[in-house]
Design a protein around this ligand. Structure first.
Ligand code: F0G
Length: 367
């Protein structure tokens, strides 16, 4: 049908790898793989900006990617390049989102995914995704850093492509988020706030902004403002953490693979990488949902938590434009959200039995 042809063409032009092909390692042989990743909303957040006391704040809502996290941008590129090179199997270590994304793109491409995750420290939704997408799942009695060492060795010994962010195709795919932000704003922001775990994303954003600047698409590059969880802050302390801890399990990482690139991004941009406490992360996480209607996962709120901290300490410009990257969707980990509130008490289903005092109202913190 005629209309179908038009719609199909439109979808084609929207495909992430096609849209930014001049900035990506694409060849004519690269499979045009897609689950509809990228093109995520840049949500203006005027109410939160006012609460924080800053002129402009936008939220790059990466939870709106097909598997609910920013990992899909890098994974579509990495899996496409792996297939181009003849791979039939991919492997990764993960705190949950990378494994969900790897499993989904492997399923879509018809290849095998092997995912290694830390026992008990991965949000249920992420585990459900890896299982449903049919990945071969290995749960280890250890943390992410130990899982990463295992997959390094396995990919060395066997013909399996490693798709952790040490894979440069992953990083390249993730640069697309920087291009989208500049395209949406018409310029680069003054500061980019984001969580830092294995440090691939801060590496990718900086590479993306730098490349867009070199290409003349933007005239300035933002300060990279990265935030680790206080119990998992190796880059902040300058030393690997053997037993990282944080409620934000996605960034529970003690020895980031892209450590040195993250330092480069920080220093070249005149930015910083600092620590935020679990309490600051939870407060920002709840405020994002309650004040702006944007529900992300706890780790994703580290950027906003960090920006608030810098503003409170008068260490960030108030008359400036900030973008906070919300890396994953809130529904990945609904259990932690529900735990924030007292269990609602049920009352008889009669209007006479219902009063205003029975309504469950959020235990809001003041902003
Ligand atoms: N936010 C979320 C929701 C994540 O899942 C991750 C990393 C990060 C932030 C940090 O990004 O590692 O590029 O610095 N998750 C990885 C995983 C480690 O296995 O899913 P990073």
């Amino acid at each position: 049908m005629f209309w179908y042809g038009i719609m199909y063409k439109k979808v084609q032009t929207m495909m992430l790898l096609e849209r930014y092909r001049n900035f990506l390692p694409m060849t004519d042989q690269t499979p045009r793989l897609t689950l509809g990743e990228g093109n995520t909303p840049l949500v203006a957040a005027p109410r939160l900006a006012a609460a924080l006391g800053v002129r402009e704040l936008h939220l790059k809502y990466e939870g709106m990617n097909p598997t609910g996290s920013f990992k899909d941008r890098g994974m579509v590129m990495a899996v496409a390049k792996a297939i181009e090179a003849g791979a039939t199997s991919i492997i990764c270590a993960s705190t949950g989102n990378t494994s969900a994304s790897a499993a989904a793109y492997a399923a879509h491409a018809g290849i095998e995914a092997i995912v290694v995750v830390p026992s008990g420290k991965i949000a249920l939704g992420k585990l459900a995704q890896a299982l449903m997408y049919g990945a071969r799942l290995l749960v280890i009695d250890g943390n992410f850093d130990q899982a990463l060492r295992i997959v390094f060795e396995l990919s060395d010994r066997f013909p399996i492509t490693l798709v952790n962010s040490v894979n440069q195709d992953r990083i390249e795919g993730q640069t697309t988020a920087a291009y989208e932000i500049c395209d949406a704003l018409g310029h680069a922001p003054d500061g980019l706030c984001l969580p830092v775990g294995n440090a691939g994303n801060i590496t990718a954003y900086w590479r993306g902004f730098s490349r867009y600047c070199e290409a003349g698409m933007i005239t300035n590059r933002p300060k990279m403002l990265g935030f680790q969880a206080a119990g998992s802050a190796p880059i902040v302390h300058g030393v690997a953490i053997e037993h990282p801890e944080t409620v934000a399990t996605a960034i529970r990482i003690g020895n980031p693979a892209s450590w040195k690139y993250a330092l480069g991004a920080r220093d070249e941009s005149g930015g910083l990488i600092e620590a935020v406490t679990d309490e600051q992360i939870i407060a920002a996480w709840r405020d994002l949902a309650r004040i702006e209607g944007v529900f992300c996962e706890p780790a994703s709120a580290a950027g906003v938590a960090g920006l608030r901290m810098l503003l409170e300490q008068n260490r960030a410009e108030r008359d400036a434009c900030y973008v906070a990257v919300l890396t994953g969707h809130g529904l990945k980990d609904p259990g932690l959200a529900v735990e924030q509130f007292a269990a609602p008490e049920s009352v008889p289903a009669e209007i006479g039995a219902v009063s205003y005092t029975h309504l469950t109202l959020p235990t809001n913190r003041e902003v």
